[in-house]
Design a binder for this molecule. Structure first.
Ligand code: SAJ
Length: 497
């Protein structure tokens, strides 16, 4: 291994786990973040982002003596750029932090160094944006030092495992750069390390998330069609997916998070005239919260003056990340339409949507409510006890936007259960229903993630009957004051210029 020291710029959701993993695998790592608060938190032995196992990993990295943190870049054998690439209001990528990181590295570059960009970026960012800035050092990329792009592809909640086990794509500005990247990542990556050129690697990352976005958009459009034709989309998708070459994803209230709802725009920005489908898929998914609100409004015969319990605000199950969350948007729109909206998000208990009110438990949300809307399928929530809900709620309308509630049980408890993508309200009192499929259907079964909790659970014990409890029930998220500031992709800070 020719790389003994590593400087990681940006200590967020990707940079911190990556820096720590390199450190525990023997490299001398300096982690850099321009956010002093983050540096201070880390120096005090704490972490500012929430991810299973990360605290122990960071402590082990510091304990090994191989990890230090600082506010400015320092000379090293290799440099990793893991800073955020947010999207601007006009849907263009904001590369300010990437440029600043490259400028911070340039004065320290030495012949034989390696620089890797990991931040998700529009095609050609490595060659057209990063390379020219680094070349200001007087050294030529690909000749005097190696330059590569290697996308992060880890799933929030499983970062530490996927970091090590996932296949890693390394795209160099030339072959030698890609090989240098392979040498660096082989320090800990157990998955295959595949070499390509830098722009291909950038495209690969954007294609993965765009493919998923388009697939979810078609599922959402299928849901709308199913409602129109009196079909149950959950059953239809399950049946379609039995075809050996079909794998439709799940409809829902929309697509959130800071990756899939953002990355397709990087392609649209780069080639607007060649991205009709990609743009349209984004628009379909962005319209979902409005469709959900309209359906609840119809179910309630109007929203003004109604009290609605909105369960879940995170962008997906079992995370504390609220960025771009469609659940937030649904709650906001309900409140804007004149409803009293109580939100409950166990993983970010104090967070709420504009115009809504955060409450500390499901029970508090349901108490006296006219309707309940399930916006996130947190682990265990499929097992919410309808009998308990019936005792505290005023109304009997329930809207399941994730297709996870057992229909017969809610029907038997007297609820009018509306399911996103199911043709008509399913009235399953005593095993009968008014539309959308066979009377005794248990409900949807599209297995897109493991261990869906379906056992009966007590209302005041949302984890009941499930394999694992919601994250940090009742505890503020780390990075407390800004729950939405948890970067969902590289880094929380931006290096100094
Ligand atoms: N969603 C649906 N239906 C589905 C699947 C997801 O509506 O069938 C929604 C979720 O509820 C959520 C959004 O889509 O709001 C995104 O969730 P996700 O689990 O699909 O993806 P992310 O954003 O958490 O992570 C993705 C991953 N990319 C892919 O699976 C191709 C991850 O591997 C990437 O590393 C990550 O983006 C990233 O950082 O780019």
């Amino acid at each position: 291994m020719r790389f003994h020291s590593l400087c990681v710029l940006g200590l967020g959701y990707i940079g911190l786990p990556t820096a720590s993993t390199f450190a525990t695998n023997g490299l001398q790592v300096i982690g850099v973040d321009v956010n002093r608060r983050i540096v201070d938190i880390l120096r005090n032995g704490e972490i500012h982002i929430q991810e299973p196992g990360l605290r122990d990993l960071v402590q082990a990295a510091f304990g090994s003596g191989n990890l230090r943190v600082a506010e400015q870049a320092e000379p090293a054998d290799a440099f990793l750029i893991t800073v955020p690439t947010p999207i601007l209001l006009d849907k263009r990528a904001d590369l300010t932090a990437v440029r600043a990181a490259a400028r911070a590295i340039a004065p320290h570059l030495r012949p034989g160094n390696l620089v890797v960009l990991e931040s998700t970026s529009p095609p050609r960012t490595t060659v057209d944006v990063v390379a020219p800035i680094l070349a200001e050092s007087g050294l030529e990329p690909g000749r005097d030092f190696s330059l590569a792009y290697s996308p992060e592809r880890v799933l929030p909640g499983q970062i530490l495992r996927e970091l090590v086990e996932n296949a890693r794509v390394v795209g160099g500005v030339n072959r030698a750069s890609a090989e240098a990247g392979r040498e660096l990542y082989s320090a800990f990556v157990r998955g295959e390390i595949v070499l390509t050129d830098a722009t291909t690697a950038e495209m690969v990352k954007l294609m993965e998330n765009t493919y998923r976005d388009v697939n979810i958009a078609v599922a959402n459009e299928f849901a709308a069609l199913a409602e129109r034709f009196g079909v149950d989309v959950w059953e239809a998708i399950e049946l379609a997916n039995r075809h050996p070459r079909v794998a439709v994803l799940r409809p829902g209230p929309g697509v959130g998070g800071h990756c899939i709802s953002v990355d397709p725009w990087f392609l649209v920005e780069s080639a607007p005239e060649q991205t009709d489908l990609i743009r349209q898929a984004r628009l379909v998914n962005d319209r979902q919260p409005g469709r959900v609100v309209a359906r609840l409004e119809a179910a309630l015969g109007g929203l003004r003056g109604k009290t609605i319990a909105a369960l879940g605000l995170a962008y997906k199950a079992d995370v504390d990340d609220l960025r771009e969350s469609p659940a937030l948007e649904v709650a906001r729109q309900l409140a804007a339409a004149g409803a009293t909206v109580r939100t409950y998000e166990p993983n970010a208990p104090t967070a709420t949507a504009a115009g809504a009110q955060a409450v500390p438990s499901i029970e508090a949300a349901l108490d006296g409510a006219d309707a309940m809307i399930l916006l996130v399928d947190h682990r265990g929530w499929a097992g919410l006890d309808p009998a308990r809900a019936a005792r505290v709620m005023r109304g009997r309308v329930v809207f399941d936007t994730r297709g996870v509630l057992p229909r017969a049980a809610w029907g038997q408890a007297g609820f009018r259960l509306h399911v996103l993508g199911a043709g008509s309200p399913l009235l399953l009192q005593g095993g009968e229903q008014s539309g959308g499929g066979s009377p005794n259907r248990r409900g949807p079964s599209i297995p897109s993630r493991e261990n869906r909790g379906t056992a009966a659970a007590e209302l005041d014990d949302e984890a009941g009957g499930s394999e694992r409890p919601p994250l940090r029930e009742g505890t503020p998220p780390e990075g407390e004051d800004e729950p939405s500031a948890r970067p969902h992709r590289p880094a929380a800070g931006t290096p100094d210029a």
